[in-house]
Design a protein around this ligand. Structure first.
Ligand SMILES: Nc1ncnc2c1ncn2[C@@H]1O[C@H](COP(=O)(O)OP(=O)(O)OP(=O)(O)O)[C@@H](O)[C@H]1O
Ligand SMILES: [Mg+2]
Length: 608
């Protein structure tokens, strides 16, 4: 029998390979944009016709190509970006396969104009179906323009698979957004069917987000910025109240490359636990920067999936970074980020002209990071820095501070003043605690604060399974309904780990030998009934989140109520413990635990 195996002609092989890289017009937009970014451009213009079917053209002011390169760039595996496999471990460019232009030229009509900055003449190359039709010198602007016409003109089957213009345009915009977000330092313009969709100067990341998604985003963004020796996570997350029903703007960039990752998505979603319901989607724009040797991008032809060497650490750090940012957002409003001049002025009058409190980041907490090795944070430590709290203690006051004598302050009455050097706090209507901050004051809801503290404590107890129980002097008996009894039986181990010392006494009676230390004052019958009541209501919905549910129910039942008068040390203790929590600013149910007022709020009301 004759030999059957033959090598495919190049142009056919190219067409097949192109299928991997170019699925639709948006793929062309992505590849051309990335090449322009890699060329060091400061300005990139995208022109699209008919959602990219008829034309995708990208112009940049980057370094341009020599006449030889202008032709070589269409060869498969022709790249200027890596020379050997090892270069992948230091990769900072978007491209490295040397496939994109070869693939595009196999399935479209391509025209390239390019000139290097130090050359008078540039080069024009026209390609069709992988073949060079024209190559000639030409005069033109420095930089590169590549026009891709009639995509899939020679592959009718692929052309038929394209969706409506609306859908294809959406994909094009998605790719444009991704590159534009990753490079706010580059000016971008996008024109579709002669209509200018975007024209964005270079600027900050926040400005870029606003240009792309609208002014309303300004107030929705919470800055994220955490760094370790290993990785840096920056960017923004959306405030929980702006989470949307539909999957909103969710972007991860690793070393400025957009990537998809269910794993990291999970890390972020988890940080929003209790703040955003499962049906809603928060938005995020997160930039993860790390040594390229720590990642492998080469696992997918479109390069949107990557592998981290140490994905568990990345998970932990992303999670912790978002959680901390969310925890902070209530407190450090726009003051610490690109402040409006008016706010700055108000701020300046109360503060020496030092920088606004940026990055008051307490040390890493080991529980956030699992195996990640970092110094532990002491309970409550650091929140004063977070708020820049005004204490009278000289060693905590920054040197640049206004001398206290120049700044008349209304101090709380003596009986509330507490220890010398203590920060001033007082209780309002037996319900709220007011504490002075350097640039204003905060109002803490004592019940909700306590609920948060108890909740986190309960969760820890449930995980460790050793609750501190305060023995009752005389064991007490609680009579329960049959249903309640069954429920107690169900959750008895958990109740024990939270500090309940219970045993079945016979019949429908439970004997209470000890109560959680924190609730020692409470009436056991009421506490238990209250808790069971909550469990009954939420049981169906949260069956598999038993710990969270129990911890929450217990916290709610045990939290101090309005009307409970607190001593000054008790107030301090409550505030300190609140800020030792992972998520101090909300109850487990998502309600605020405290509100801050800036001096500028007061100044405004007083029309100063
Ligand atoms: N806009 C541009 N400005 C300057 N040089 C460019 C431009 N576009 C492409 N090139 C050159 O052409 C080469 C081939 O580009 P191509 O996109 O095919 O491959 P790549 O970017 O190296 O890798 P990848 O296939 O991963 O994108 C690049 O390595 C670069 O040297
Ligand atoms: Mg490329």
């Amino acid at each position: 029998m004759a030999d059957l195996i033959r090598l495919l002609p190049d142009h056919v092989a190219n067409q097949i390979a192109a299928g991997e890289v170019v699925q639709r017009p948006a793929s062309v937009v992505k590849e051309l944009l990335e090449n322009s970014v890699d060329s060091g451009a400061t300005r990139i213009i995208v022109v699209v016709k008919d959602a990219g079917r008829t034309l995708v053209q990208v112009t940049d002011d980057g370094r341009g190509m020599s006449p030889v390169d202008a032709r070589a760039c269409f060869e498969r595996h022709a790249t200027s970006k890596i020379r050997e496999a090892d270069d992948l471990t230091t990769l900072r460019t978007k491209g490295f396969r040397g496939e994109a232009l070869a693939s595009i030229a196999a399935i479209a009509q391509v025209e390239l104009h390019t000139r290097e900055h130090d050359q008078e003449l540039g080069t024009r190359v026209v390609m069709e179906g992988s073949r060079v039709r024209v190559q000639e010198p030409m005069a033109g602007a420095a930089g590169t323009t590549i026009a891709v016409r009639n995509l899939f003109y020679n592959v009718p089957a692929r052309r038929q698979f394209l969706k409506s213009d609306g859908v294809e345009l959406k994909h094009v915009l998605d790719e444009f957004h991704r590159v534009a977000l990753a490079h706010p330092d580059i000016a971008f313009q996008l024109v579709h069917n002669d209509h200018e969709e975007f024209n964005m100067p270079s600027g900050s990341e926040r400005q870029r987000i606003i240009h792309l998604f609208g002014r309303k985003y300004d107030e929705r963004l919470v800055p994220v910025d955490e760094a370790t020796d290993f990785v840096r996570v920056t960017g923004f997350v959306g405030k929980p109240e702006f989470a949307k029903r539909s999957r909103g703007e969710q972007y991860f960039f690793v070393n400025n490359r957009f990537i998809r990752s269910n794993y990291l998505e999970h890390a972020v979603r988890k940080a929003y636990d209790e703040l955003v319901s499962r049906e809603n989607f928060p938005s995020w724009f997160l930039f993860i920067d790390l040594d390229p040797a720590q990642i492998d991008i080469n696992i997918h032809p479109t390069k949107t999936e990557i592998k981290f060497r140490d994905d568990r650490t990345i998970y932990a750090i992303v999670h912790a970074a978002v959680r901390r940012a969310l925890g902070r957002f209530n407190i450090v409003p726009s003051l610490d980020f690109e402040p409006e001049p008016a706010i700055l002025a108000a701020f300046a009058s109360t503060q020496a002209p030092s920088a606004p409190p940026r990055e008051p980041v307490p040390a890493w907490r080991p529980q956030d990071l699992g195996a990640f090795n970092a110094p532990p944070r002491k309970s409550g430590e650091g929140w004063q820095q977070l708020f820049d709290v005004d204490t009278a203690m000289p060693q905590t006051a920054p040197e640049t501070d206004t001398p206290a004598s120049e700044e008349p302050r209304i101090m709380p009455s003596r009986e509330h003043e507490g220890m010398p050097g203590e920060r001033p706090v007082f209780q309002l209507h037996g319900t709220y605690i007011i504490a002075q901050l350097r640039s204003g004051f905060m109002v803490v809801d004592q019940q909700r604060a306590h609920e948060r503290i108890l909740y986190e404590r309960n969760i820890k107890l449930l995980e460790q399974g050793v609750g501190l129980s305060q023995a009752e002097l005389f064991p007490r008996h609680v009579e329960l309904s049959v249903a309640d009894l069954a429920l107690v039986q169900d959750v008895l181990p958990e109740l024990r780990s939270m500090g309940f010392d219970l045993e079945f006494f016979g019949g429908r009676t439970m004997q209470v030998n000890g109560m959680p230390a924190e609730a020692a004052e409470a009436d056991p019958t009421r506490l238990l009934e209250d808790l069971l009541e909550q469990l009954k209501h939420e049981r169906g919905t949260l069956r598999n989140e038993r710990h969270a549910l129990l911890a929450r129910g217990m916290a709610r039942s045990m939290a101090i109520r309005p009307g409970r008068v607190l001593s000054t040390p008790e107030m301090h203790d409550l505030i300190d413990r609140l800020f030792a929590c992972d998520m101090p600013y909300h109850t487990p149910g998502g309600k605020p635990t405290l509100i801050t007022y800036g001096l500028n709020d007061l100044n405004e009301r007083f029309e100063r």
